[in-house]
Every structure is written in structure tokens, then in C-alpha cells.
Write a protein that binds this ligand. Structure first.
Ligand SMILES: O=CC(=O)O
Length: 392
């Protein structure tokens, strides 16, 4: 019987399934090979390049396994790929498919040896890939931005609503059989309203990380009557005055303002953490930051767990420095048990890193991941390559 996923995919129009990359199933377009540099690369390739696949790409897997000109070595168990297995099997590989759970570091690159040409990650985030080592070895990195923007923005708003309106707490209440004895009172399970009201006519959305996903979140928040937007620009980036004026007009906001970290903490009614992670953003949300936030404010993290100091956030929730938190990512993930201090906080909703987990989006991500690794090992141009030069 076809899986529900295949059923969905079968119903997706082909043009949508192929996104804008112009690939047919099992077919890397010849245009990929038309640039002379690609041909030079392909000349030094082993006859049947090996691709190690750490994540089952579901319906996109045949894009790799149906081909006769490559060897595919998949991790087939239903648990994260064993590091020891990966180190052993990557020897001689030309390409590897990873996710954010698989560290791509010097040890892995050394274990692969000189054939490794491409790392294809099924994620937009690349905190798990050491880009300096990629640069040293001229390894291309494929990733999956854009196609997941809407799904992650949807889930950020879902977390904002869950956190503000005590959805985690009240759902646990029902699951624990406590509803029958519930003495309904007007203020039980209340939280701050996300949308503006005549009594509180202004709302400020704050963004730590103001890229594509943040803009998509802002679009959704406009429907809730958000009035102000503050964000921290990338260090050294020029002020985007025109872009900000356009966003202000488009969403009918009173202001879109670049601010420093302290102002972001003080002004945000709801703070979205959408920074990409890595050493430069590690624990930017710490005790100092959290102590400056409003007691009615809510923090949502859909970016990377490493940006938020979990112990400081648990303290902030316990001491009511902030109202609530909605987290799709946690610094300690996946080692987040029921005993984790944040899971134990009643006003903290924690989801297991599922921001992009919409069937259509994940299917497109899997397809693009397969296309990226294929193009990389066959000497073509990656449909979606990370330009990491400015990041290292
Ligand atoms: O976290 C998920 C991603 O980076 O795509």
C-alpha cells in the first residue's frame, strides 16, 4: 500500500514537485555539465562515485538508488547515523548526505579522503558543517533554503500562539485527566494576547536574525495587528533603510527599526530567535538579556538551540522575568528528556525540532538534497549551493 507521503506527493503538481530546479526524476539536466569548469572537475572523478547517505530521503531516495552510475551507501536504521559507521563508510566517498545531527568536521573529511567533493545537508542551517574545512578542501556544500521558509514561519507563529495562550499546559491538563474536576474560572490558563486589542493597541515583534524566515513570520504577524518590529542587524551590515521602509508600508506597521541587543530585549513583546547558530551567536540570549525582557513577553526559538542559554531561560521562566517560551530547538538536543529544566517549566512549550516538518516541504527538501549531492559528485553545478566564502 502506498504510504500517506507517496499519496501526497502523487497529488502534487509536477512543476511544484520539481520546484524551480528543472530536474526530472533520475535525470540531472545536461545544462549542469555545460560549464567548462564542471567538465574539468568531472575528469578527475572515480568511475562510479560513492555517495554515503546518513538520512533516508524517503520518496527522493530513488533519485540516487535507481542510478547505475553511482554507488549509494545508505544508513538504514531508524535512529541517528552512528558516527563509527559513518567514519568507516565514508572512506573514498565523493559525496555525503547529512542532516544537522551529523557533524561534518576535520575528522570526517580526513576519513573520507581526497575524493570528497560535496556535502549535501537536508537543512537550511549549517552550524554542523565546519565551513573552514570545506574551504580548505574545496568541498561544495548543498543546502535547502527558501523551500522551507513558509513551513518554519508557520511553526514559529504556532509556537508563539502556543506559548502565549498556555496551549502546552492546558493540553497536558487534558491528557492527565484533570478536565473533569476543572473548576473553570475566567482567568485560568490565561496568557497575553498575541493580537492587538483596544486595551493594548500596540505590539512589538522582535527578531534576532532578520532573514527570509523572519520576514515570512512578520507577514503572518501583520494579520494579528502587530504594530512595531525591531531587529538586530548583522554586525557590520549596512542599514537597510529602503527595505525597512518597504516592510513598514507593506505590513502597515508604525515602525521597523534596527536596534542593539539591549533594546531588542526591552522592547519585544514577542521575540523570535531565528539566528543561524555558530560561535558568533552562542548564548546571545543569556541571563543578562533575559533579565531585561518584559514580564509579559514571550520568547520563541526556531533558529538554533545554541543561541539560547537553557539554564538562563529556565531561570527566567521560574522567576517570571518573562511570561513563556516556545522552543523548536534546544541547546542540549536531542538529549532533552522529561527531566530537562525547560521541559519541566510549565510555561515552556518544547517541540522536537520539527519547524519544517510539513509533508510538502520535507519532500521538496529531500529532492533538493538528492539533486545537490548528485550534481556535486557528477561534476555539475549544485542547484542550491551555500556560498560560504563570506561566512568563514
Ligand atoms: O533546522 C532545520 C534546518 O536548518 O533546516
Amino acid at each position: 500500500m502506498a504510504s500517506p507521503l507517496c499519496h501526497f506527493l502523487g497529488r502534487m503538481p509536477c512543476a511544484h514537485r520539481r520546484a524551480s530546479y528543472g530536474f526530472r526524476r533520475n535525470c540531472v539536466p545536461t545544462a549542469l555539465f555545460s560549464n567548462p569548469l564542471s567538465r574539468i572537475h568531472s575528469m578527475s572523478f572515480p568511475a562510479r562515485p560513492k555517495i554515503v547517505v546518513c538520512k533516508d530521503l524517503g520518496p527522493a531516495m530513488p533519485l540516487l538508488t535507481d542510478r547505475e552510475d553511482i554507488d549509494v551507501v545508505p544508513w538504514t536504521e531508524d535512529r541517528p547515523c552512528d558516527r563509527a559507521w559513518l567514519l568507516e563508510n565514508i572512506a573514498g566517498a565523493a559525496g555525503v548526505v547529512v542532516c544537522f545531527q551529523d557533524m561534518v568536521d576535520r575528522e570526517l573529511v580526513n576519513a573520507a579522503g581526497p575524493n570528497l567533493r560535496v556535502v549535501s545537508t537536508i537543512s537550511v542551517g549549517h552550524e554542523h558543517i565546519d565551513l573552514r574545512i570545506m574551504g580548505e578542501h574545496k568541498i561544495q556544500v548543498g543546502y535547502t533554503p527558501d523551500i522551507l521558509t513558509d513551513a518554519v514561519a508557520d511553526s514559529a507563529v504556532m509556537l508563539a500562539l502556543m506559548a502565549t495562550r498556555a496551549a502546552g499546559q492546558s493540553y497536558s491538563f487534558v491528557k492527565n485527566n484533570e478536565w473533569p474536576a476543572f473548576n473553570w474560572t475566567p482567568f485560568a490558563f490565561c496568557g497575553p494576547q498575541l493580537s492587538t486589542t483596544p486595551f493594548s493597541p500596540t505590539r512589538t515583534a522582535g527578531f534576532l536574525g532578520f532573514g527570509r524566515i523572519a520576514h515570512a513570520v512578520l507577514t503572518r504577524l501583520a494579520a494579528f495587528g502587530i504594530t512595531h518590529c525591531v531587529y538586530t542587524p548583522r554586525p557590520g551590515a549596512a542599514h537597510q533603510t529602503t527595505r525597512d521602509a518597504q516592510l513598514k508600508a507593506k505590513h502597515n506597521l508604525a515602525a521597523v527599526t534596527p536596534v542593539d541587543l539591549g533594546t531588542l530585549a526591552r522592547d519585544s513583546d514577542i521575540l523570535f530567535v531565528l539566528a543561524p547558530g555558530g560561535p558568533s551567536t552562542r548564548h546571545l540570549i543569556n541571563e543578562v538579556f533575559l533579565r531585561q525582557m518584559k514580564p509579559t513577553s514571550v520568547l520563541v526559538n526556531n533558529g538554533r538551540g545554541s543561541v539560547v542559554d537553557s539554564a538562563a531561560l529556565a531561570l527566567a521562566l521560574k522567576n517570571k522575568w518573562i511570561w513563556a517560551a516556545g522552543l523548536d530547538v534546544v541547546d542540549e538536543e536531542p538529549q532533552v528528556t522529561a527531566e530537562h529544566p525547560l521541559v519541566r517549566e510549565p510555561r515552556c512549550v518544547v517541540l522536537p525540532h520539527i519547524g519544517s516538518a510539513a509533508i510538502e516541504t520535507r519532500a521538496e527538501m529531500a529532492t533538493l538534497t538528492a539533486q545537490n549531492v548528485l550534481a556535486g559528485v557528477l561534476g555539475g553545478q549544485l542547484p542550491m549551493a551555500l556560498d560560504y566564502a563570506p561566512l568563514v
